[in-house]
Design a protein around this ligand. Structure first.
Ligand code: NOJ
Length: 690
């Protein structure tokens, strides 16, 4: 195809070339971004659509899958691949060619308003999940856009904040998932982040876009800006930005599903910049300031992307709201739910009555706010899901509804009598078990102000736990929350934002039809002070600069380095059965190691365990984290079954990034750890690395 591509490019006028490098209005009004193509020479239009939790075609419905953080919590790349395929099917059914997903930014601080759209705090787990989603999407002829390249780790001041981050932290923590997307999944497009990195806006970042992404990693697809994230014309064009989106001035861009009267409030605050790759780019070429070959190269990249998804030949038909997609949404919700604590109350055995309590328990928690919002065809709330079981259910809100930030299609609060904690307490006292459903409110554009549950939800949990025989707390949160009532409750189940299948999945989990398959993709600290976020120079930054002085010590690496005991460590999650781990053995295997871990299901029901392998680069001459995830294998065993899953660990996992010489093997005596979490290590094995 490459020959054809240069032939097509060579036959285009400058105006036609420009049509391929900046967005335009979608005549169907459904797409988030649109490239009109060049009909004269058979270049088809491309429609780009959000996003990571399901397809957000304007004014349309689609399957609302659980939040990305739940998918990561499944520790099952095979599930992520199936999700990618389903997402592609839904995009194609809506006539969309490119999905603006996955988001692979690292949850550097738990406040991050978009952490629910990402895969947690660890680069390895994020890379495995992201690669699988991209593979799934692209195998169905729909392009993925991995985003937001790079260091988009907060929403506060997101258009201007500069991440002051070391090269080593970039290479070891923030870039690996992007690199894997390019080198392993051959992703079609990469979206630049809004923010700056070490002083330069990402759309202008020649070093990261041209030298690293396109040069070192050999990325041959196209780089698209975030919406109004382009900051210059010639500099961005030279730096390696290929496509400007949406390519329309902010005041002309009115998403069709937002009521025009509401636009001032509903429109996201966008950077105040005009379209820069249309007329300004033409002028730069015509005046001789920019060589037309620079534009040609961008065109070739867009055409390669078009060819890579087969769009010169066919449009996949896709499938929307298929029964299999509904089932998959439910499966991800259960596979990603993390049982944080359980004194044996779960699964619920012979309960006759449940008090279902919580300000929003009568509503499915679809997702967080922003561009990832999806309007589903169907949804089930926790109340509906539990009422469908053979058990008597009483329902009390307890405290007023927690508002849910939504940008597209606000959810209206139902009118009703003022809820009271006393009524909730009465209901809890009268039932066999109280299920308290609580939630946070996370959204694009805003970071969470603190890690407390909004409103008086903590008081509610405390009061209910004080009277109930048994109290199960169901968290529907974007990430860690403080749990001052932790010791007073019997079980805590984190379901993240479970999407349309919320209530059905919750009933499956509580009654034990499914076990909570999730393990934490992010550390749950006891309080905000546990993270590198307690100082404003680190987060949200001072004078437009956020200092990433923690370096590579992000997430559990930070907790380990500071010796802070988390509430629940990275990788943690309980099962409804129990597992015994035997002594692992390590053998050299090609370009790495094979770690074989005997596991036995010692309980009386089928269940899942996630064998986790961490490395310590003890031989490195620089400070390195105590442990870093380098491999894992989720495996499901019948009661009494034994198996020996093998986890392969690439030798390159023992490399660190030397700021002078680049990737360097920590040759010498290092260590591997096998564990059930980053803090529950069952074996340490020395390995010699050469
Ligand atoms: C801005 C968001 O940062 C990005 O993730 C999204 O894809 C675009 N808007 C388009 O909605």
């Amino acid at each position: 195809m490459d020959g054809d591509i240069s032939e097509i490019t060579g036959g285009l006028t400058l105006d036609e070339k420009l049509r391929l490098v900046h967005g335009a209005v979608d005549p169907d009004g459904k797409a988030t971004g649109y490239l009109p193509g060049v009909d004269r020479v058979g270049v088809p239009p491309l429609s780009l659509v959000d996003g990571p939790l399901g397809v957000r075609a304007s004014g349309e419905r689609a399957t609302a899958f659980p939040a990305s953080v739940a998918l990561a919590a499944s520790w099952r790349p095979s599930l992520a691949r199936r999700f990618g395929r389903a997402l592609a099917g839904e995009a194609a059914a809506h006539g969309q060619d490119i999905v603006l997903a996955p988001g692979v930014n690292i949850a550097r601080v738990p406040h991050g308003g978009r952490n629910f759209e990402y895969y947690g705090e660890d680069p390895y787990l994020t890379a495995r999940t992201g690669v699988a989603v991209i593979d799934g999407l692209e195998s169905e002829g729909v392009a993925a856009t991995v985003k937001h390249f790079v260091a988009n780790n907060q929403e506060t001041n997101r258009y201007d904040v500069s991440a002051a981050v070391s090269e080593r932290a970039l290479r070891e923590i923030y870039l690996p998932a992007f690199r894997a997307a390019v080198e392993e999944a051959d992703v079609t497009s990469v979206m630049t982040a809004y923010n700056r990195v070490n002083g330069t806006h990402m759309s202008d970042h020649g070093y990261l876009l041209s030298d690293v992404l396109k040069g070192e990693w050999g990325f041959d697809g196209f780089v698209v800006s975030d919406w109004w994230g382009t900051r210059s014309t010639v500099a961005a064009a030279r730096a390696g930005l290929d496509v400007e989106m949406p390519g329309i001035d902010p005041e002309e861009f009115v998403p069709t599903d937002i009521d025009v009267d509401d636009v001032p409030e509903a429109m996201p605050p966008v950077p105040d910049v005009p379209a820069l790759f249309g007329d300004p780019l033409r002028e730069a070429v015509e005046s001789g300031e920019l060589d037309e070959a620079v534009v040609d190269e961008k065109v070739a990249r867009v055409l390669r992307g078009t060819a890579s998804i087969g769009r010169f030949d066919e449009e996949p038909a896709g499938e929307l709201d298929a029964a299999a997609h509904r089932e998959l949404a439910r499966e991800i919700a259960t596979e990603g739910a993390v049982l944080l604590r359980n004194d044996g109350t779960l699964p619920l055995g012979d309960v006759g009555s449940l008090a279902v309590i919580g300000p929003n328990a009568d509503r499915a928690k679809l997702g967080g706010g922003g561009s990832s919002e999806v309007s589903p065809f169907t949804r089930t709330s926790p109340v509906e899901g539990l009422e469908a079981r053979e058990v008597s259910v009483t329902v009390e809100r307890g405290v007023p509804p927690v508002s849910e930030s939504r940008m597209f299609g606000a959810e209206s609060d139902e009118e009703g009598p003022d809820p009271s904690i006393d009524d909730a307490v009465d209901a809890a006292a009268a039932a066999d078990c109280a299920v308290v459903v609580v939630q946070d409110d996370a959204t694009e554009f805003r970071d969470r102000p603190d890690l407390g549950l909004p409103g008086r939800q903590d008081d509610l949990v405390e009061a209910v736990a004080g009277v109930a025989d048994r109290t199960v707390v169901v968290l529907r949160t974007s990430g860690p929350v403080e749990m001052p009532w932790l010791d007073a409750v019997d079980a805590v189940l984190e379901t993240w934002y479970p999407g349309q299948a919320d209530g059905d999945a919750l009933a499956d989990l509580l009654f034990g039809d499914a076990e909570p398959g999730g393990r934490l993709p992010t550390t749950f600290g006891r309080s905000a002070a546990d993270y590198p976020a307690s100082d404003e120079t680190a987060f949200p930054g001072v004078n437009d600069v956020a200092r990433y002085d923690e370096g590579v010590f992000v997430g559990y690496r930070y907790f380990d380095e500071r010796d802070v005991r988390p509430a629940f460590p990275f990788g943690h999650g309980l099962s409804y059965t129990s597992f015994a781990y035997g002594q692992p053995s390590v053998t050299e295997d090609g370009d790495g190691f094979a770690v074989a871990v005997p596991v036995e299901n010692t309980g009386d029901r089928r269940g899942k365990t996630v064998v986790q392998v961490y490395a310590q680069k003890a031989a490195a001459p620089v400070p390195t984290p105590e442990r870093e995830l380098v491999g894992f294998e989720a495996t499901t065993l019948e009661a009494g079954e034994r198996r020996t899953p093998e986890v392969s660990v690439a030798r390159s996992e023992f490399e660190y990034y030397d700021e002078q010489t680049g990737w360097t093997l920590a040759s010498g005596e290092n260590a591997l750890f096998v564990g059930r979490s980053a803090r529950d290590i069952v074996a340490e094995i020395g390995v010699s690395v050469r």
